[in-house]
Ligand binder design. Structure first.
Ligand code: GTP
Ligand code: IMP
Ligand code: MG
Length: 336
């Protein structure tokens, strides 16, 4: 059974938190990372420790799963090898031999290009220039990097064999709908599409094999870098609400806005979402922080959930009430 998890706004919706919870709870056989590359930073807070993973799947906290990185994803070997070592993933991580490789020259170009770094506000991680080279068909692939040899594999083959054996597979996207090269706020977007369809392609899974698509939305969306943000609020207003966030990769202050129902509806449609997850419910009402059952949410919070469900015509099955993996309300049994 294949489940895809993607972001519905401008990234940083808390996919890391949702995916890590789902993996610990549902115990998948495989967790595969899709998405752009190490421009992502997924925060996982577990047993009092905070991790910021850029390439390893956020579900690594569930120790029995095989971890895979799909061919569509760009890898920076240095970043990946460091994560493998720090998280002790040597025995269970696999990298598709066709993953694109980011080199120093791509990072330099990303940082020094006025267009990318100043106008678009890129993360400076080399993803844009590497994807440009990939389109030119001059990019190096993972199979050419000696240090990656022990991890190289055929990700689609592993996943599709597991699917035929009835196993559970989670596919984790990165960034969010508003940053999609095709459907986002072009040109203020990332270098690739970020929707569920592409996430499946990234890891070599065909459309007929996907059972569930969970789109993650933050109660107050954020955006880093330049670009339109129709529901943006001022820094002062955000601070009054107690919302101050910094990017995991770049350390830049995140812009904050109100929930944009129109954008969310459109993201739900293009992703063909079967479930919606809402994070940062504690931004709606402080009293919701750490709450673990729907009954204990305040009326204000419940009204928000009901409105999202009605507007998006999709069940809200997961509600995150704090950064820790355990701060969650899981309504899947009741609603599906
Ligand atoms: P990208 O792939 O980079 O888009 O990241 P992401 O979607 O995994 O999100 P990221 O971890 O960058 O940002 C989400 C932030 O919100 C992190 O600091 C999380 O710890 C935090 N977070 C997640 N869920 C909640 C929640 O319910 N409440 C609060 N207060 N914080 C949360
Ligand atoms: P790039 O992907 O580094 O080229 O950056 C392009 C745009 O996407 C910039 O506005 C970045 O801030 C944004 N972006 C890329 N990755 C992320 C992410 O993981 N979270 C939030 N924004 C991102
Ligand atoms: Mg992030």
């Amino acid at each position: 059974m294949v489940v895809i998890i993607v972001g519905g706004q401008w990234g940083d919706e808390g996919k890391g938190k949702i995916v890590s919870y789902l993996c610990l709870h549902d115990k998948p056989d495989i967790i595969a990372r899709a998405g752009v590359g190490p421009n992502a930073g997924h925060t996982v807070t577990y047993k009092g420790k905070k991790y910021g993973v850029r390439l390893a799947p956020s579900g690594f906290v569930y120790e029995k799963a095989r971890l895979l990185i799909g061919a569509g994803v760009l890898i920076n070997p240095e970043v990946l090898l460091k994560e493998i070592e720090e998280l002790g993933l040597e025995k269970r991580i696999g990298v598709d031999y066709r993953c694109g490789v980011i080199e120093e020259k791509h990072i330099k170009e990303d940082i020094s290009s006025v267009h990318l770094s100043r106008r678009i506000g890129s993360t400076g991680t080399g993803c844009g220039p590497a994807n440009m080279e990939r389109a030119k068909r001059t990019l190096k692939l993972a199979k050419e990097i000696k240090e990656l040899e022990p991890y190289l594999t055929d990700v689609p083959l592993e996943i599709n064999q597991s699917i035929s054996q009835g196993k559970k597979i989670f596919i984790e996207g990165s960034q969010g709908f508003g940053l999609s090269l095709y459907y986002g706020t072009y040109p203020y977007v990332t270098s690739k599409d970020t929707t569920a369809g592409t996430a499946a392609v990234d890891v070599g899974v065909g459309p007929r094999k996907v059972k569930e698509v969970i789109v993650v939305f933050k109660s107050f969306p954020s955006r880093v870098g330049s670009g339109p943000f129709p529901t943006e609020i001022s820094r002062e207003e955000a601070e009054k609400l107690g919302i101050v966030e910094y990017g995991t990769v770049t350390g830049r202050r995140r812009r904050t806005g109100l929930f944009d129902f129109e954008l969310a509806k459109y993201a739900t449609m293009i992703n063909s979402a079967s479930q919606v997850a809402i994070t940062c419910m504690d931004y709606i009402d402080k009293n919701c922080r750490g709450v673990k059952s729907y009954d204990k949410l305040s009326d204000k919070a419940k009204e928000f959930v009901e409105k999202v469900e009605k507007e998006l015509s999709t069940p809200v099955t997961l509600i995150s009430t704090g950064p820790d993996i355990e701060d969650i309300i899981d309504l899947r049994e009741e609603k599906l």
